[in-house]
Design a protein around this ligand. Structure first.
Ligand code: HEM
Length: 276
């Protein structure tokens, strides 16, 4: 892999931002708010931000970059597709439960539903995420779509995946701001009580996490090499031993046999990009 130290730095920073964001949202609801329960009250509402941050932000972020982890490149592409789809499915399920919590809370407290911009965009994002999931599984996991369809659909799949991830973070920031405005009365949000400052930091962490995931996901040199390249390197190394793939790849980027390896990589990455 090219620029491996930079990759590891970006990955560690994303992991740290994700873990700290989860710790922050838990501390917010458990320490500053009413805790967690499933009773129609404010503690049920609190599942909404918790499940969104854990599932819809962090798990979705991991799902997006899972193909880029170099230590998974020796694993089959099919296995990685199952992991990618599985993490996205889990994120979707947690998002749906978080929506049930907030609708339940609204109905119990007789608060109108779907009046805010946050709720409009939030529902749209969840529905479109479900559509993306169904199309992704239908096109890339169920072995019926011809290679030409899979190739034609890939740029749209990548674009809509990144757009949805970015929108989830934007919608979460709107939700956080709304909740602080509604929830803080004495002192108010504008007076910067400790809860407001703490939760503002949570919002910053979500933006940092999102920015790092988008950075990792858009570096072409950190893309998983195609199966043909892995196979070619494997064969060049002259054996069945999978552990040789890693060193072989670093030799490739270091310039050994640069022309021919780069050619293979370019040629087959094109195929790979197009097909799946
Ligand atoms: C992508 C993430 C999110 C999605 C998809 C989402 C979705 C929704 C939806 C559809 C509603 C409407 C429920 C109803 O009308 O009964 C809602 C309400 C609400 N959400 Fe979120 N939400 C997200 C993140 C968050 C976060 C992180 C918070 C922070 C606490 C939050 C705070 C609120 C609040 C205060 C309401 C009630 C007021 C309103 O309807 O706007 N949301 N959310």
């Amino acid at each position: 892999m090219e620029k491996r130290p930079q990759f590891l730095l970006a990955l560690s920073a994303a992991a740290a931002a994700g873990v700290v964001a989860v710790a922050f949202v838990l501390r917010w609801v458990l320490h500053f708010r009413e805790g967690l329960a499933w009773d129609g009250g404010p503690a049920e509402f609190n599942w909404h931000p918790v499940l969104i941050v854990i599932g819809f932000v962090v798990l979705q972020g991991i799902a997006i970059i899972v193909y880029r982890l170099p230590w998974t490149w020796q694993r089959s592409k099919l296995l990685m597709k199952f992991i990618h789809a599985g993490l996205n499915l889990l994120a979707f399920i947690l998002a749906v439960i978080s929506m049930v919590a907030v609708f339940d809370f609204h109905n119990f407290a007789k608060i109108p539903n779907m009046y805010s911009l946050h709720s409009w965009l939030g529902l749209a994002v969840v529905v479109l995420y479900g559509v993306q999931l169904v199309l992704g599984v239908g096109v890339y996991l169920v072995p019926v779509a011809p290679a030409s369809w899979r190739a034609a659909f890939m740029p749209l799949h990548v674009y809509s995946g990144l757009l949805l991830f970015t929108s989830v973070i934007a919608v979460a920031l709107m939700g956080i701001t709304e909740k602080l405005i509604f929830g803080l009365s004495n002192p108010k949000y504008k007076d910067s009580p400790p809860e407001a400052v703490f939760v503002n930091v949570l919002g910053v962490l979500l933006v940092v996490f999102g920015g790092l995931i988008l950075w990792i996901a858009t570096r072409t040199s950190w893309k998983r090499p195609s199966d043909q390249v892995l196979h070619a390197l494997h064969t060049n190394e002259g054996g069945e031993d999978n552990t040789k793939v890693g060193p072989a790849l670093s030799q490739l980027s270091a310039g050994n046999d640069a022309e021919s390896s780069a050619d293979v990589r370019r040629r087959s990455n094109t195929l790979d990009d197009e097909a799946d």
